[in-house]
Design a protein. Structure first.
Length: 74
């Protein structure tokens, strides 16, 4: 396995500082595909033993791939 494919399987840790602007801009950053602008399809897997939610977002319209985000549960 190459190092680039290993990096793609890793999850990014969610941080709210990357969201800025008004509500319309923030919704666009979260919900829309950065490549084509269509709505992303989200899957969420809860891991309560580690207090995290693993979110995977993909676009069914283009070949954007997957955005993987790890959310902390407080």
């Amino acid at each position: 396995m190459s190092s680039s494919s290993a990096v793609k399987s890793d999850f990014e840790i969610e941080y709210f500082e990357k969201y800025f602007g008004d509500i319309k801009n923030v919704k666009k950053l979260v919900e829309d595909c950065p490549r084509c602008g269509f709505k992303l399809f989200f899957l969420h897997n809860s891991d309560f033993s580690h207090l995290v939610i693993k979110e995977t977002a993909s676009c069914s319209h283009c070949d954007y791939g997957q955005r993987k985000v790890l959310h902390h549960i407080n």
